[in-house]
Design a protein around this ligand. Sequence first.
Ligand code: KE4
Length: 439
Amino acid sequence: MNRSKSEALFAAAQKLIPGGVNSPVRAYRSVGGTPPFIARGDGSRIYDVDGNEYIDYVLSWGPLILGHRPPQVIEALREVLEIGTSFGAPTEREVDLAALICECVPSIEMVRLVSSGTEATMSALRVARGFTGRDLTIKFEGCYHGHVDSLLVKAGSGMATLGIADTAGVPESFAATTIALPFNSIEAVEIAFRERGDKIAAVIVEPVVGNMGCVPPRDGFLKALRDLTAKYGALLIFDEVMTGFRLALGGAQELYGIKADLTTLGKIVGGGLPLAAYGGRADIMSKVAPLGPIYQAGTLSGNPLAVSAGIAVLGYLKAHPEVYETIEKRTAQLTANIPEGITVNRVGSMFTFFFTTDPVVDWESAKRCDTARFKQFFHWMLDRGIYFAPSQFEAGFVSTSHSEQDIARTVDTAKEFFERADCQSAAGYQPAPHLPQLE
Ligand code: KE4
């Protein structure tokens, strides 16, 4: 597959942008090779600057549940372009989106719009500390909640991909406010609360983890978090930036029947534009400025372009709940037909192929994956027009625009990889370090 234009652009980009990318995981550091520079997207497809076509299972890391350029979103954006792009003042659309969010996620009684998932989790954490008057947070190893200083402790996603346990630049005093525990370990949470329960402001969790790869909660784990936080007067924060509107209209909360005190949303809620949100119980959210003493602000919060895209997507999902059954069925077709020899985790239309034969239930088990074989698989698929996340520690997504033919072609291409003799071990098929070519 010729990627000469991407290579030239990548070389130019690296002179101007750290690593040539505006978010680390895009740089292909853990899989090697040149990241395709994307020229356009349409439905389930993206096309790079060299004209190569791919079936896209990254979907901008989750937001594009309706695929690329869904007509509803394009039309909504066109309408807004006629009236302006940003006012820095309240608009009717923000009230409409707030109402939609509160309707879809019953635990959210009041909501504040922000511009990124990181902003949402950072704000939710500050609100939890302000509301409880406590400083400590429990998070789980392998979970990623954006690049919030105090949460970049044993985080997943790009940090797991790059093998960075803890980032530089975060004062020890910040990191010390975070207690990182094994995901799915109720006992570890019980001990933490027994020892320091009166100092813990919140537990923040990806209710279904996407950022160490897709890892579902063990039976009873989320309920235990709900009970323990209530017992000790801490808040339960569900980080549903990835799972919100993805697993169900009401997110993981609807799927598992657990009501969080605060919820963070992102990705789908902005329909592919920069928009995220945090919200929850009115008694908690009423502490947020200008109503209460906890400050949070944002120049482009609630801007009409992003809000209109969010309304278009959420409005469509609300009017067509059957889409969840369709994308879950398509994802099941994809994951059920992957040959033996790897572990597949799937929840709804989120999935990960883990290159291990052991169950993957937490970061300890995820990090034992054979990332060298994942790299071979990744390039095998990429060179045949199947675009997965360039990391073993990310989730894949299916949209309403993925056809049964897309799924069948993906399964067949994966089967070829697993059946080829030289792909049976990491010593086998090796993509060229900078030019993953195949004969
Ligand atoms: P952003 O600040 O990237 O909008 O959202 C941060 C965030 C918060 N919470 C969860 C559960 C998330 O998954 C994310 C961001 N997800 C990653 C992908 N795993 C974004 C991709 C990237 O960092 O480039």
